[in-house]
Write a protein that binds this ligand. Sequence first.
Ligand code: AVJ
Ligand code: FE
Length: 449
Amino acid sequence: ASGQAESDLRARIAATLETARRRTLGLTDCLDEDGLKAQHSPLMSPLVWDLAHIGNQEELWLVRDAGGRPAIRPDLDPLYDAFQHPRADRPALPLLAPEPARAYLRQVRAQALDVLDGADLDPDGPPLLAGGFVFGMIAQHEQQHDETMLATHQLRQGPAVLDAPAPPPAPADAAALPAEVLIPAGPFTMGTSTEPWALDNERPAHTVDLPGYWLDSAPVTNAAYQEFIADGGYTDPRWWTPAGLRHREQAGLTAPLFWQRDGDTWLRRRFGRTEPVPADEPVVHVCWYEADAYARWAGRRLPTEAEWEKAARLDPATGRSRRYPWGDQDPTADHANLGQRHLQPAPAGSYPRGSAPSGARQLIGDVWEWTASDFEPYPGFTAFPYKEYSEVFFGPDYKVLRGGSFAVDPVACRGTFRNWDYPIRRQIFSGFRTARDADAPHTDAVELG
Ligand code: AVJ
Ligand code: FE
């Protein structure tokens, strides 16, 4: 690489690491020592665990492995290894207190920046460093934990400590958007072999040929989801898979997480405040079983992961797959609701500049979208740099989510990015949109009989 390109890349990496760190500190400086050490939900780690885990992964993969530097705190490795301790057990560990954890993060970061100074970032150089991969991987890791920490804040009881401006109202044309868009039959390139910071599970690029299908123009809204509830959708066994039915009964599901009924209306708690459920916002905090049941009730189905990606990436004019629905440029505030700029999804039909060629909106940002697909490797997959990032999770236990939420940073979100979770999970910022085969009949409403 030319000297200029390499110094631009170095500057971009330093800025990306700094953005992640500012968010990590913003999410943890706002609580006192007790608030950081407490376990706000058995589903989540105490925030002090995430904090030092972020530093420990940076030490392991960037400072030691890529940088070849000596270990800083090898004694911390077992404490912050996610595989050794389930989240529920983490509060009982002898964790670093908040101040020592922050000092540890600073110490690791100083070493990481020193590694960056001397690193060979040549795309044909050592694979961990090529194109700055390990720095991108570590920035994505920190941002993913920042999203997880935001989910912990949402689960936390007590007065609000986070604040952000509301997203802009829906654009004038949102109400006139067609309910669904047609994606014609044909092949497209799924995954990537060229995106420098794409993780192993997004690779390699491969061709997938799909029959035609219709896809919702926007994610399913709270208003639409309330119709499903009002129609008795939660208790009608026709809409639920056997596993979904069992889970619905066991967990007592009657509405999205954080919703509560108040007479005739629904309220929801969001980051310590209670407010009416906004009708035109994408529904969030539903599990895969709820999304799947809704889709069936609507006479539709969840899109497969390939259907989601084709809609989000294929440019029918050229036959090329793009990085994002709108093209190859990185997201700006006009394209998508990302990066915890707002602490809620924007109304359905927002972000016309972020539209896909089909006219579908909000494929990137706002809510993670559940897909019908299990998390499986692409043909030709190779674990890199370690099996524990993706490979150990492949199989039927996890469902894939696509597109990113308002809570995830642009660095950890793109047309090829794959997220995964258990089908019962709903403390994540998860919503969905629905699909139907192009040759399936259109149903405006389900016949209830
Ligand atoms: C890709 C979001 C499923 O949170 O378990 C964080 C990301 N991997 N630390 C997760 C991750 C290791 C991962 N997800
Ligand atoms: Fe992690």
